[in-house]
Design a protein around this ligand. Structure first.
Ligand code: ES4
Ligand code: ZN
Length: 326
């Protein structure tokens, strides 16, 4: 299809990517062997066969278990470098990645080990290809706010290399209001905040993320469409929504891609764009997401260009750098 070439050729940015979600089964087995860990799967094929999720939690259980193979700084470097190579091949020129330090510190891995491994790969991508990046430290919402404060304390020596804060993990039952004081502290540090909201949780959680956490982007936000007043507000404020279509299908937020509201979101004037979320688990990287949406929704070239433009607008690149790509 002619638009598929456009998708491949456009310089792109990715704004919603969990680095732990780029752990491909092949690397998971290689790191398990390197670290003397036995995985509860006989081989790569049986691990992949387990990637048949019924909801967000069933995915998270596997994602946190898989992250257990990440132990040394080199492991975090190898993970990040593998993603960056794929991103570069995909035409991504700028990427803003989440990492979940609590997933690792809870297992006795030092914050520094995680941070240095990821950062070194990000620096190399910039030196090698001029690929720019931002690093977003994300809090796990199934844990307590107190636990979040503790990991923030551990992050303090590395804040010069952290560009913002996020909120992820099990959404239902863990509303943004649970983290109001933690995010107030993050804002005092003068770094931007984002939050997953309206993925499985209701539109009211999106309102809470805006009003109580004062986020500058909403991650997912697809359930915002259930509240017309909220849609109006998001459009009026040009509040970005980092939509992840293949993720939404794998986690059964929508039955299939032809039912995905991506086009409706653009038509409502929302600053929505396409992202890959956890590409190793959800069956595709950014290019794959765009191609799949193009096919399922018959997106036109104008819509593809709008999605990519929205992504640059919503990025944390400096205005001059954004202008270079427009
Ligand atoms: C996540 Cl898809 C998704 N939703 C919430 N938290 C997450 N962490 C990693 N992937
Ligand atoms: Zn996510």
């Amino acid at each position: 299809h002619p638009i598929d070439a456009l998708i491949a050729q456009l310089p792109k940015t990715e704004l919603h990517l969990h680095i732990e979600g780029t752990l491909e089964p092949e690397l998971m087995f290689a790191l398990a062997a390197r670290n003397g860990i036995t995985l509860p799967y006989a081989d790569i094929a049986s691990l992949r066969a387990a990637y048949d999720f019924s909801n967000l939690q069933s995915f998270l259980d596997l994602y946190y278990a898989g992250a257990g193979v990440l132990q040394t700084e080199q492991d975090f470097y190898d993970l990040t470098w593998a993603y960056l190579q794929r991103a570069h091949a995909d035409g991504i020129v700028h990427t803003e990645i989440f990492f979940d330090p609590q997933t690792h510190t809870a297992r006795g891995i030092a914050f520094a080990t995680v941070y240095h491994g990821i950062s070194r790969a990000l620096e190399e991508a910039e030196a090698e290809w001029g690929m720019t990046s931002r690093l977003i430290m994300s809090f796990l919402r199934h844990l307590s706010e107190e636990d979040g404060f503790a990991v923030l304390e551990q992050a303090m020596p590395y804040l010069s290399g952290i560009d913002g804060f996020g909120l992820d993990s099990s959404e239902a039952g863990h509303p943004p209001s649970k983290f109001q004081r933690l995010f107030a502290r993050c804002r005092q540090l003068e770094l931007p905040c984002v939050a997953h909201a309206g993925e499985e949780g209701p539109a009211a959680y999106v309102c809470e993320a805006l009003d109580l956490l004062q986020v500058c982007r909403i991650d997912h936000g697809v359930r915002s469409l259930e509240d017309a007043a909220l849609v109006y507000r998001l459009a009026a404020e040009r509040m970005p929504l980092t939509v992840c279509p293949l993720s939404n299908i794998k986690l059964k937020v929508f039955a299939d891609l032809s039912q995905h509201p991506l086009r409706s979101m653009l038509q409502a004037g929302l600053v929505a764009m396409v992202n890959s979320d956890d590409p190793a688990y959800f069956g595709g990287y950014l290019g794959d997401n765009l191609l799949a949406c193009r096919r399922a929704l018959d997106l036109g070239a104008d819509e593809i260009v709008q999605l990519v433009r929205n992504s640059f607008e919503a990025s944390w690149l400096a205005p001059a750098q954004k202008a270079d790509w427009q």
